[in-house]
Design a binder for this molecule. Sequence first.
Ligand code: PGA
Length: 263
Amino acid sequence: MAAPWPRRPRLVAGNWKMHRTSAEGSALAREFVLLRAADPAGGGCAVAVCPPYPALAAVGDALRGSGVYLGAQNMHAEPQGAFTGEVSGPMLASLGCRFVILGHSERRHGMGETDEQVAKKLRAALRDDLTPIVCVGELLAEREGGKTAEVLVRQVAAAYSGLSAEVARTTVVAYEPVWAIGTGKVATTEQARDAHRVIRSTLDQVLGSGSGGQIAILYGGSVNAGNAATLFAEADIDGALVGGASLEPASFWKIAAAAAAAG
Ligand code: PGA
């Protein structure tokens, strides 16, 4: 089991999605490491980058010694076997991954990943000493239909039921409203705060009172250099999962600096 992941300092994780080859990823990571060395302002937060599988080794090499964590975007629940096209947790750990994103909406809604599969992957990531970033979030129609809380409760309960509070503290949750991902439409701080509170109270119910307050919850969905400081002013937001802006080193660095400045 990986060490517990604290709520502070905040975590800023970049989800590169299906962007950058191994060589391009390595160059991007090197640019980011140079920025970090030149301007240590963002050093007061934790930073991770999650490139596509083929770039993990090269990006890991480029990040070595920088203090920036490496993460993957998905994994299979089995450690090995006849699963053509899949990648397992031990394979990710052997490449130096600390994090793995699980249940991203592009997998839930684009590839039919179910709550049950996400729960299995969560247990597998814990078995493999990875720190899972468990993504939850509602579709636009669900928000407009007044179902946001219901969806979050269902997704969080499905993932965390049966885990101990101690084990759950080694995980991170990312609240990512699906309507805010890649759309430029960021949630208001009130919307994010309300959602984070629903997630925390669900964790309390599932894991025991007080547990939700110990688990880091990131916000994700159109976070950029311009809106990061406003989001991080909210104490309930323990960091960010950043897509598009994580592919631009200067923007990603500004988001990290905003997280560090917020304390
Ligand atoms: P975005 O993506 O920042 O491009 O909206 C966030 C995510 O999908 O994790």
